[in-house]
Structure formats: structure tokens, C-alpha cells
Design a protein around this ligand. Structure first.
Ligand code: NAD
Length: 426
């Protein structure tokens, strides 16, 4: 049984991960030695570095890179630029990456990083300099066969292009052409993959389609709500709309809007690109956050930040499925309430793994000097997501447990097998 705590207050995200991890490890009787290893992160790098601002001032920044596990392959995970970035948050995000790779069977371990900053406070030129100086400060902490960053909250393909250029400028000329895969999520022209931009949203939607198929539920005419309308949320919105589903409420950092008749996700994406948020989108009603959570719909897709579905907000949800686009959107207390209320959850470490899957495809294309067609990428992604989904379902049936715990068990079994085969050096 999970103990209840005040999850609506700022709390340790890594403790949430530990509680999820311990629940699964107890149930599956994870080998105690392997449990000790996976309960901790492997390497934690903190860099404080100076950047010259446009007015000539020097400002100091703190950046992080936490590497949780490389048992399954090179460390892999996004970089986040956000005021809440802290060692605790990055630890949690890094370990979720380890579980993801193991669930969808891609040969990557887990890492995550970021800079504690609000990008809104800086000009584009300053963000470029911050990105480049951070990359330089990380030095050999990252590398194409060692630790491969990607975009996350407030970072994108442009940031990856600056990181790539900075990294390549620091390696000997002979190594440059074989180092393109040091970051993924690059612009297509600079070695990025078709389909990477939409990959996380696409993976969430593939998972929802699998769930709909299994539950004899038609997505055509279904209703859904989305929290966060950035990369993940806006792609989920557009792709669900293409399947005939209707977006009825959205919340982002600028506020929440509702439109019972349906909010056009394509037009909303253009509006967000122009104005920076969903607020002021014509033809919709402004609602508050509680009303957003209470909106009746078939599916809720959190695609913003962590700890959003809590002991306070979980009772408000009026949906039958939560498909987690964001990392860690549900606290352990929120989970208990969703389970009591029989609201099914497609957990983050399964549902949002599409991003890292297509990052893996990008990494492979770079290593082989290939470029794959979008159709091929989408087909391969669907297969990976479906197999991950089926593994989690099987484990949930076998252990008669919720899908989050089942997803952890899938991941931990995989990593346990690797450690059992390889042993510990020396
Ligand atoms: P993004 O920066 O593109 O978008 C973030 C969105 O969240 C924005 O719409 C922002 O307004 C909204 N938001 C921020 N604070 C909020 C708040 N307090 N209340 C409501 N909305 C708020 O980021 P993204 O890449 O779309 O990432 C979103 C989530 O998905 C994160 O949890 C991230 O870790 C996760 N994720 C992203 C990827 C990826 O490939 N980008 C992959 C896996 C998981």
C-alpha cells in the first residue's frame, strides 16, 4: 500500500519515483542486489558556467546532467530549460528514461539534464550563448556513443543544432563526420530524422489507438482534453483530430480554454506559434484550472509538467482514460485515486516513449549515413509502441496490478536479465 502524503505541495519528485520503483520491485521480487544498483543514479554532473549577456554583463548559470543507468545502452535523455530544474527533478527524469528504453526494447539507458532558467527572460542570442556554453561545460559528459541529449521542455531542434555545432567544434576534424549522433531531435537538414518532431505525440496516439482497439472504443467522435500545448500536446491534439476525435478543453501556462463544439487543433497550433499560448484563441470560452480538470471528456492527455494529477485534482477528472504525454504528471496519491475511480492510465514510461524511439531511429540513420522515409518511421514506431503496450498489459494481467507498476516490472525484468547475464565488474 502506498502511504499518502501532501502531494499538492512542492515535494521530491525523485521520492515519487522511488515509491513507484519500490512498489514494483516488491511485487516482482526484484533481485535485491540489482535493486540496490537501480535505486540510485550512476553519475551526477553539475556545472556552473558564465555567459555574457547582450548588455555586456556576465551571468552565472547552473546546469545538470544526471546519468541513471547505461546497462541497456548509452545514456539517453532530454534537456530542459525551466526555472524548476533541480538535481531532484533531473534524477527523477533520468530514471524514467532508463525504464522507457527497457519497455520498448531500444538499446538506450537513461539520462536527463537541464538548466535552471526561464527562457522568457533572455533574447534568442543569449539563449544560443547559454546553450553553447552549457555544451562546452558538459565536455565529455556527453558523446555520440556515450550520452546523447535531445529536446524536452523549452528546448527544440534549434537548440540541438547549436549543441551539435558546439560539440563538433571541440572534437578533432577526423571525428566530426562520425559524431552527428551526439544529439537527436536535430533539424532534418542538420541530420535530424523525419517524424522526430511529432514522435512523442504520435507515440501517445498510437498507444491510445491500441487501447481503443482493445476496449472496442471508437476514437471517431470521442472527446479529449490536453494540458500543455507545446511539442507533445499540440501533436497529440492534431493527430487525435485526424482520427475524428474532438478537442474540448486545453490548458497551458497562459490559461485554460474550452469549446464544447470542438477546438480546431491545427488553428490552435498556429495561434500558439504566433502568440506564445492558448489564451485568446477565438471562439473559445476562458475557464479556470479547476473547470479544466472537471471538463467531461473521454480522454485526458497531460502534456505539460509533472505532479499535475494529485490528491486534489484526481477527484475532479471526468474521463475514462488518462494517457500521459508528460513525464510524471501523476503523483502516487493521484494514482491511488484514479485507480479507486477506475480511470485507466497509460503511464508516461510507456505512453510517451515515442520520442526516444524515433531518437533511436535518428541515431541509427546518422551512424549509417541513411535517411528513412516518414512512412517507414511511422510503421516502425507503431510496432515498437504496440509491443511495449502488449508487454505492459501482459505484466498487468500476470501480477494483477495497475499499468504503471506493470510498466516498471517490464523494465526492471529487462534490466535484471542484463545484470544477471553480465554480472558486476570486477
Ligand atoms: P514544450 O516546452 O514544448 O511545452 C510545454 C507545454 O506545457 C507548454 O504548452 C506550456 O505552456 C505548458 N505548461 C508549462 N507550465 C504549465 C503549467 N504550470 N500549467 C499548464 N501548462 C503548463 O515541452 P514538451 O516537449 O511538449 O514537453 C511536455 C512534457 O512532455 C514534459 O513533461 C516532457 O518531459 C514530456 N516529454 C517530452 C518529450 C519530447 O520529445 N519533447 C518526450 C517525452 C516526454
Amino acid at each position: 500500500m502506498i502511504e499518502r502524503t501532501a502531494d499538492t505541495q512542492p515535494h521530491s519528485l525523485y521520492e515519487d519515483v522511488s515509491r513507484q520503483f519500490n512498489r514494483a520491485a516488491d511485487l516482482m521480487e526484484l533481485n535485491p542486489n540489482i535493486r540496490k544498483i537501480l535505486a540510485m543514479t550512476m553519475n551526477e554532473v553539475v556545472v556552473n558556467f558564465p555567459v555574457r549577456m547582450e548588455d555586456g554583463r556576465i551571468e552565472m548559470f547552473t546546469g545538470y546532467r544526471v546519468q541513471h543507468s547505461n546497462a541497456n545502452g548509452p545514456f539517453k535523455g532530454g534537456l530542459r530549460f525551466h526555472p524548476t530544474v533541480s538535481i531532484d527533478e533531473v534524477r527523477a527524469l533520468a530514471s524514467w528514461m532508463s525504464w522507457k528504453g527497457a519497455i520498448v526494447h531500444i538499446p538506450f539507458g537513461g539520462a536527463k539534464g537541464g538548466i535552471q532558467m526561464d527562457p522568457a527572460d533572455y533574447s534568442l542570442k543569449e539563449i544560443e550563448r547559454i546553450t553553447r556554453r552549457f555544451t562546452y561545460a558538459l565536455g565529455n559528459t556527453i558523446g555520440p556513443e556515450y550520452d546523447i541529449p535531445a529536446p524536452d521542455v523549452n528546448t527544440n531542434a534549434q537548440i540541438m543544432a547549436w549543441m551539435l555545432d558546439t560539440y563538433l567544434s571541440t572534437v578533432p576534424p577526423h571525428d566530426r563526420n562520425r559524431s552527428l549522433h551526439v544529439v537527436t531531435g536535430k533539424p532534418v537538414e542538420s541530420g535530424g530524422s523525419l517524424g522526430r518532431n511529432k514522435a512523442t505525440g504520435q507515440g501517445v496516439v498510437f498507444c491510445i489507438e491500441r487501447w481503443a482497439e482493445a476496449n472496442d472504443f471508437s476514437l471517431d467522435g470521442a472527446t479529449f482534453t490536453v494540458q500543455g500545448f507545446g511539442n507533445v500536446g499540440s501533436w497529440v491534439g492534431r493527430l487525435m483530430q485526424q482520427l475524428g476525435a474532438r478537442l474540448v478543453a486545453v490548458e497551458d501556462v497562459t490559461g485554460a480554454i474550452a469549446g464544447a463544439g470542438g477546438i480546431d487543433a491545427e488553428a490552435l497550433t498556429e495561434h500558439v506559434a504566433k502568440t506564445g499560448g492558448v489564451a485568446g484563441f477565438p471562439g473559445t470560452e476562458v475557464i479556470d484550472s479547476e473547470a479544466f480538470f472537471r471538463t467531461k471528456a473521454d480522454i485526458f492527455i497531460p502534456a505539460a509538467l509533472e505532479s499535475q494529477i494529485t490528491s486534489e485534482t484526481a477527484p475532479w477528472l471526468n474521463v475514462r482514460l488518462v494517457a500521459e504525454g508528460a513525464n510524471g504528471p501523476t503523483t502516487p496519491e493521484g494514482d491511488l485515486i484514479l485507480s479507486e475511480r477506475k480511470i485507466h492510465v497509460l503511464p508516461d514510461i510507456l505512453a510517451n516513449a515515442g520520442g526516444v524511439v524515433v531518437s533511436y531511429f535518428e541515431w541509427l540513420q546518422n551512424k549509417r549515413s541513411e535517411s528513412w522515409e516518414l512512412e517507414e518511421i511511422d510503421n516502425k514506431l507503431r510496432k515498437k509502441m504496440n509491443r511495449g503496450y502488449d508487454r505492459v498489459k501482459e505484466m498487468s494481467d500476470q501480477y494483477k496490478t495497475d499499468w504503471r507498476t506493470a510498466a516498471y516490472i517490464v523494465a526492471l525484468r529487462h534490466l535484471e536479465a542484463i545484470y544477471k547475464d553480465k554480472g558486476i565488474y570486477p
